[in-house]
Design a binder for this molecule. Structure first.
Ligand code: COA
Ligand code: MG
Length: 291
């Protein structure tokens, strides 16, 4: 499942739900958590379920729902209402580690039976860095919990958890604790064999800033990004798709190794390439949908 762009849509907004039907995002995340007022949660659950069923089979995106954290009384009603036709995945916020993903997976085992869905068909993307326990337990994702296809991170809830007045230094750079969260998401995703999905870029009118930040993010290893506004989706899709230049370099590396069977290292345009470069070149081609 490709998670290059994941657009958040507050599930209680009829206008935004309609607007996002034609989105070119790889996935929509219908939100039941932070963007929905508590009093509107029952309504949002119904609207999310109806929207997923109504668009099923006629849309290009995967349909995810962000439920409320498992530590709240809302999580089970959220799941009970949205597991059904058209649901492709759950986004689990404020997870304390892989044990939470496993617990969610057990709930989904039962709900899939009730809804007549194939076992294990509903996937999970976890927000792995929003609690202090989640940060300390990032190593737990090496256990490769079931259903997990993506790991993303967030710095806002973590700042509240840590009591930070801001998650940034005076010069605007991310503080060390939050750089650790970003890097931790990369380690956890690689160990879990899941996709690393970068966090949102809040200034949704700044397309140039988003583009710069996405290109840095891709260099770091993220394969996609959260969007919060429809205008961000095309920039994200473009930045996380390997460029013609990237594909050319990757093809040349793969070809150089193919031409020299039994060799562990090749020289190309005055540079040395060995096994890790071959692995990365093959990942780039896979990301571009080439083999
Ligand atoms: N999904 C679908 N449609 C959206 C959207 C979204 N995430 N964000 C904005 N739109 C729509 C608006 O309704 C508006 O529609 P219209 O042209 O029919 O009037 C259009 O896109 C332009 O929106 P704009 O006026 O630029 O933004 P806004 O002030 O209406 O909304 C936000 C700004 C931040 C409130 C909105 O983008 C949003 O709700 N984002 C998602 C928030 C969220 O889910 N947060 C939780 C995860 S962190
Ligand atoms: Mg939050």
């Amino acid at each position: 499942m490709k998670l290059r762009s994941m657009l958040f849509v507050p599930a209680d907004s009829e206008k935004k739900l309609q607007k996002s039907v034609a989105s070119s995002a790889d996935a929509l995340i219908l939100d039941l958590e932070d963007s929905v007022a508590e009093s509107r949660r029952p309504l949002a659950r119904r609207m999310a379920a109806e929207h997923l069923a109504a668009t099923c089979g006629q849309r290009s995106w995967k349909g995810f729902v962000r439920i409320n954290p498992l530590s709240t009384a809302d999580a089970l009603p959220d799941l009970a209402q949205v597991v059904g036709e058209g649901l492709d995945g759950i986004v689990l916020p404020k997870a304390d580690g892989a044990a939470d993903v496993l617990r969610l997976s057990h709930y989904l085992d039962v709900l899939e039976v009730r809804a007549g869905l194939s076992p294990q068909s509903i996937k999970v993307v976890v927000v792995a860095t929003e609690t202090a326990a989640g940060m300390l337990n990032l190593h737990s994702y090496a256990s490769k919990p079931p259903r997990l296809v993506g790991i993303t991170w967030g710095a806002e809830d973590l700042a509240a958890a840590l009591g930070s007045i801001s998650n940034r230094e005076e010069d605007g750079e991310l503080s060390a604790a939050y750089v650790q969260a970003r890097s931790g998401a990369l380690y956890a995703a690689a160990a879990a064999e899941a996709q690393a999905v970068d966090t949102l870029y809040g200034d949704f009118r700044d397309a140039a800033g988003l583009e710069r930040d996405c290109l840095l993010s891709r260099r770091r290893g993220f394969l996609g990004r959260i969007a919060i506004h429809p205008d961000q989706v095309d920039v994200i899709n473009r930045c996380y798709t390997p460029s013609e230049e990237d594909i050319g370099v990757a093809r040349a590396i793969v070809a150089a190794f193919a031409e020299a069977p039994g060799t562990g290292v090749v020289g190309l345009n005055g540079k040395m390439y060995d096994r890790p470069h071959l692995v990365q070149a093959m990942k780039t081609l896979a990301q571009a949908g080439l083999s």
